[in-house]
Design a protein around this ligand. Structure first.
Ligand code: PLP
Length: 433
């Protein structure tokens, strides 16, 4: 028997995170101050976790994972298995193409976000902080941080994009069960929120707005720190645990991926699986391609410009060099709302600029991606998050293309989350009564 599940033993959990910065083809453009207003770097220095800011500008290739965080990772079910998608291959009639998927859905709160949430909560507690403040889109990051905060005995305050807060009632309960305080964003808790609500009392919100609210709130509440769930270098460093495990699992499977696929909103799950492989490629240790799957509602890597931009709507962050649609761009709400962010992580953007990362965007009506997710559920048996459905759709498309061209190919996709709390979206998009 050749099992379809490839598991790493607990004692093989990586001891270091990987930072691709020193292996990039050219140095990563540093964050910049805008030409006017107060220093954004000083602001971040006051509102964010110091250890994370240190990692943000680190040029060390390897960053040790503290023993306590490794214990928390194991408690949260790491290492997570890699699966060969044999049943999906059969369903698609693939003979030349092999499909694999990494199981970040097998997480206590339902997504990869726990990988950085546990690290950030641990560092915040060590720095004597009392409360973690954050934004969330899909609600997965808010759930992950609430969970991590609870384990570290910290308070958690979540600003949740209103368009999603309104329909994800079960996930809202899930977050509240963890003891967090949740506000629909824009909210009345902050100046930027009140300004936006005065213009439109039903404002659907966006991740950029929720980030602004969280930063403002953390800055005005003693003992609070702001934690970001994507985009920044330290988040992608923590998420490298995904790709590092996957590299070891491919060795166990005696196979090699030719293409890594992940969905991309801000870039944390895609960066998490892709960057350790990309690093080996940049060091001439392997060949591999990388594909980010996006929504046409927020196609930052597909049609954005590579330039300096703010990370939030209220312009409180420093300027970061990213593929961006513009921080004030309005984007229509989608069910996979975790993908609705105006810009892609600087590290992923740098690789896109060198054409190491490619990207594809699927229509904002999301029908095709939900059909792909249903096929995955009916063949592999796992109900995945709407965001992860983009990775599955892109992998299926690439597999069928290669098969048609009689090209042998191994594709590995990242399943960033489960869909147990997204039933409403499935009902809606697949017309289930
Ligand atoms: C399950 C899931 N996948 C993917 C994403 C997109 O974020 P990122 O691009 O940072 O992985 C989110 C964001 O909320 C998510 O919840």
């Amino acid at each position: 028997m050749k099992p379809n599940q490839i598991s790493l033993p607990v004692d093989k959990l990586p001891k270091k995170w990987y930072n691709i910065a020193p292996d990039l083809p050219e140095p990563l453009p540093p964050p910049k101050e805008p030409s006017d207003g107060p220093s954004r770097m000083e602001f971040l220095g006051k509102t964010m976790i110091h250890e994370c800011l240190k990692q943000e500008s680190s040029s060390d290739r390897w960053i040790p994972i503290p023993e306590e965080i490794r214990e928390l990772y194991i408690q949260a079910g790491r290492p997570r298995p890699l699966y060969r998608a044999k049943r999906l291959e059969d369903q698609l009639g693939l003979k030349k193409v092999r499909l694999y998927y990494k199981r970040e859905d097998l997480s206590p709160t339902g997504s990869h976000k726990v990988n950085t949430a546990l690290a950030q909560a641990y560092f915040a507690a060590k720095e004597g902080k009392e409360a973690l403040v954050t934004e969330t889109g899909a609600g997965q990051w808010g759930s992950a941080l609430s969970y991590a905060a609870r384990l570290m005995d910290l308070d958690c305050i979540v600003f949740w994009v209103r368009a999603v807060y309104d329909w994800k009632t079960d996930r809202r309960t899930f977050i509240k069960l963890l003891g967090a305080t949740v506000y629909a964003s824009p909210s009345n808790e902050t100046k930027i929120g009140r300004e936006l609500l005065a213009k439109d009392s039903n404002h659907p919100g966006s991740l950029g707005i929720a980030v602004s609210e969280g930063l403002e709130y953390a800055n005005s509440h003693e003992g609070s720190v702001y934690c970001l769930g994507s985009v920044l270098n330290h988040v992608l460093i923590h998420q490298s645990i995904i790709g590092l495990e996957t590299i070891e699992q491919f060795k166990l499977a005696d196979d090699e991926p030719d293409l890594i696929v992940g969905c991309l909103g801000g870039g944390s799950n895609f960066g998490g699986i892709a960057l350790p492989f990309a690093g080996e490629m940049l060091q001439d240790k392997r060949e591999c391609e990388f594909l980010a799957a996006q929504s046409q509602a927020a196609p930052n890597l597909v049609s954005g410009e590579y330039r300096y931009d703010f990370g939030d709507v209220a312009e409180q962050t420093p300027l970061l060099k990213m593929f961006t649609l513009g921080h004030l761009t309005e984007m229509v709400p989608i069910r996979a709302d975790g993908l609705r962010y105006h810009a892609a992580a600087p590290l992923v953007s740098a690789l896109r600029n060198h054409e190491i990362v490619k990207a594809v965007a699927y229509p904002a009506n999301e029908e095709a991606v939900f059909m792909a997710a249903r096929m995955f559920f009916q063949s592999e048996g796992w109900l995945i998050a709407p965001e992860s459905a983009y990775a599955v759709k892109a992998s299926i498309d690439e597999a069928l293309k290669a098969e048609k061209a009689a090209e042998e190919k191994v594709i590995c996709m990242n399943i960033s989350g489960h869909g147990f709390l997204d039933i409403e979206a499935y009902r809606d998009k697949l017309g289930i009564k």
